[in-house]
Design a protein around this ligand. Structure first.
Ligand SMILES: [Zn+2]
Length: 79
């Protein structure tokens, strides 16, 4: 039970930080209106399926939480 409660707390903090992060980078409107797509599979990114956000040269790249897509990050990492 304790672990579950801590997990929920973490998720709340994460969502709040995510919101602030997206607002700072001007992507929040696109995110909440469903315009952010996974870089690899094109799936619409929501807070439910968000895997990773990469920041490269000032632009954001969103990756969903599919194992296929997360696996591509490493194999495709050119720094
Ligand atoms: Zn994907």
């Amino acid at each position: 039970m304790k672990i579950k409660r801590e997990t929920q707390k973490f998720e709340l903090i994460f969502e709040k930080e995510l919101e602030e992060f997206l607002k700072r980078n001007g992507a929040y409107e696109e995110f909440i209106t469903g315009k952010i797509k996974c870089k690899y599979c094109g799936e619409t990114i929501t807070s439910d399926n968000l895997g990773v956000i990469l920041v490269k040269k000032g632009s954001l790249m969103f990756i969903c939480n599919r194992l296929e897509c997360l696996g591509k990050i490493r194999s495709n990492d050119d720094g």
